[in-house]
Design a protein around this ligand. Sequence first.
Ligand code: ADP
Ligand code: MG
Length: 387
Amino acid sequence: MTIDSIKSSLQDHFQTRFHKRGQVFYAPGRVNIIGEHTDYNHGFVMPMAINKGTYITIAKREDNQLNIFSQNLSEAVSIENINSFNALTGENRWANYVAGVIYFLIQHCALDGHTGADIYIYSNLPMGAGLSSSASLTIAVGYAYQAIYNLSCPKRRLAELAQKVEHQFAGTLCGIMDQMVCALAKESHALCLDCDTLTSEQVPCEFENLSFVICDSSVKHSLADSAYNDRRASCELAAQVCGEKTLREVTYDKLVSFGEKMPKESFFCAKHVITENQRVLEAKRAMRAENWHAFGALMFESHQSLQHDFRVSCDELDYLVELSKHFDGVYGARMTGGGFGGSTVALVEDQRIDEYQEYIQSHYSHQFSLSPKLYTSRACQGVRSLM
Ligand code: ADP
Ligand code: MG
């Protein structure tokens, strides 16, 4: 389906449900192509927006009520007065992402008068698969709401409000990468984000004959949360032993000279973070030079480092990367996201993609009795109006 046909069918659904015309907005999901576990260490990340995302059809109301319908969940939630919103619990929790971002926007922009809206949500992103359906949702809703109410909230500020929603209404203590890329991404560019200064740079990510293939391993090991906290603490300890606030200030030589004074885990975690930051900067240079073989090699190196130094990979992800390494037409592959399951991302020649997908499907399901889900994308544009 084309974006135009999705848009017109959503307008029909909106009309049927709310008996008026709605305007359509869209924000993409994302994949991080290099720079893993560097964000909370004030380092560099390089996500790009993908070709799937969340569509919001929306219209103002003459009161302060919020009516939200999610086509994906077939569920409706009404909030009597959004100006005095309190977090929802239980079954309706998903609507916190929507109401939360609107609530923060109303406060931030000091909107007075009516604040209500009717909202119809449809997303073609899988939820909870690491493609950031939640950031796609909050950014799409926030952008749509500020457009219909003529608020002027810069995208960078919107990203901060959307992050605050994750923290305060969803209990997810995430960084700001996802929200920034959903909001700011430019077509054919990845977004190199400096998580220390929160400045970003659009990096050309355009090629004639290559695409990124995301492979959802369909596993999420229970270790993920506790390991995240452990690794985070190990990184903080390493920085502290080196006499710095964060690993961003620690050079590899300095780490080595203080290596004996810290637990082994801390040393290897810090080694990953420091080398990964260098890889992101090298990746940026490779992209500018359109040297996709060099870029792919950095993806493989990143995986190695996550596997052996940071130790957040798992058999399923390692196998997917190993398979990719042995497939002619793959330039690079790595796990993406927090680890212990989730997805891999590979850079693959367009003409080999069908075969690559079949190859991965058959080998992976044979080895693990699981069926992986594959998505192909190039770097897409961030949030926008489809009016
Ligand atoms: P991810 O962001 O990696 O997809 P999260 O757990 O952060 O995973 O976010 C998924 C949650 O976001 C869902 O459980 C749901 O609450 C909410 N969500 C995302 N997309 C939609 C949608 N289209 N309709 C309703 N809720 C959604
Ligand atoms: Mg999320």
